[in-house]
Ligand binder design. Sequence first.
Ligand SMILES: Cc1ncc(COP(=O)(O)O)c(C=O)c1O
Length: 383
Amino acid sequence: MTGASTTAHALARYRAEFPVFERQIYLNTCSLGALARRSRERVAAFLGEWDQRGAAAWYDVWWESLSDLRRGYAGVVGAQAEEIALHASVSTATGVLASALDYASRPKVVTTSLDFPTVTYQWLAKRPLGVQVEVIESPDGVSVPLEAFARAVDDRTALVATSHVYFTSGAVQDVRAIGDLAHAHGALCLVDGYQSVGQIPVDVRSLDVDFFTAGGLKWLLGGPGIVFLYVRREVARRLVPTTTGWFANERQFGFDSRRMDWHQDARRFEQGTPALASVYAQLGGLDLLREIGWPEIFEVTRELAADLTTLATERGLRPNVAPDPSARSAIVMIPSADPPAAVRRLAAAGIVADARPGHVRLSPFFYNLRDDYVAAIEILAGS
Ligand SMILES: Cc1ncc(COP(=O)(O)O)c(C=O)c1O
């Protein structure tokens, strides 16, 4: 992206796939990705199948759509389809995970104050059962030093649970180093990748973590109601959840209430019937993203975010991003004395952004153009 140029980038032609831009300037992908025509079409197809075929659709297309989606998610993060469990939310996925750990000799779970709270809540809720939660504080509100993890993780730690990209600051964590640290103490590592998958490259093998979760809401253009939990193959075989459902049973259609035959793979972490409309919306989003091409998506998104940060800095807005440019992502936090009021001013100009404590959050994606955030920054700089 050339700083002063307003020339459209290589993916600008895909903007027309997102009708929201006919009405608004959408700069809030880290809350909710824009609706793609492709997702709407796939959901409409699902509704048609429901209407015309009813439950008969389960036996071929719907059941197969679940396998398609497990394969699709696996492809995005470099996993095998058998290592993917489908869930309705990160909360339900991590809830099942939390139910599978043995806290008797390892009562401790380490997390940070910058992580999305729903992850930490899984273990706070288990405090009455003896689980000890250590929430590492961030010294600057942007990131958490690896040394702080090193001090917190010990041989009584069952799990380190943290984010790939912090929703609070957009900082990218070195999760490989955090996972290594956890493993050196015999602990497992869960990474919440909801804010990374789709905007930066993710490969669960090279990250070498045990669990990784992300989903449709944001950078994967699938909307609400559908997420995945990657469970490393060896880990899935040795853990048995205590919160479950019939989708975790490999003899699901045996309908035998007397016994539980666990899936031998990540599906033992599933629960009940997935929301098919969400599955279809996500299949549409993934289809489009694959067609556009991941390397181009990552590159354009990174360049837009870097340019936005430079521009905001030049206009004196002092964006609160990671000091190291290689640890930045497309979540750009702009300090604000009154974030809700600033977001309302943006909204009055047709710009969709988000307020977080002390900040306005802008999150460009490949479908944005430079003019989108130039307009936003001018409003924020003028306020
Ligand atoms: C990092 C992160 N994790 C998780 C979530 C959502 O969790 P859930 O799927 O349980 O609503 C969000 C945002 O909605 C998020 O930003």
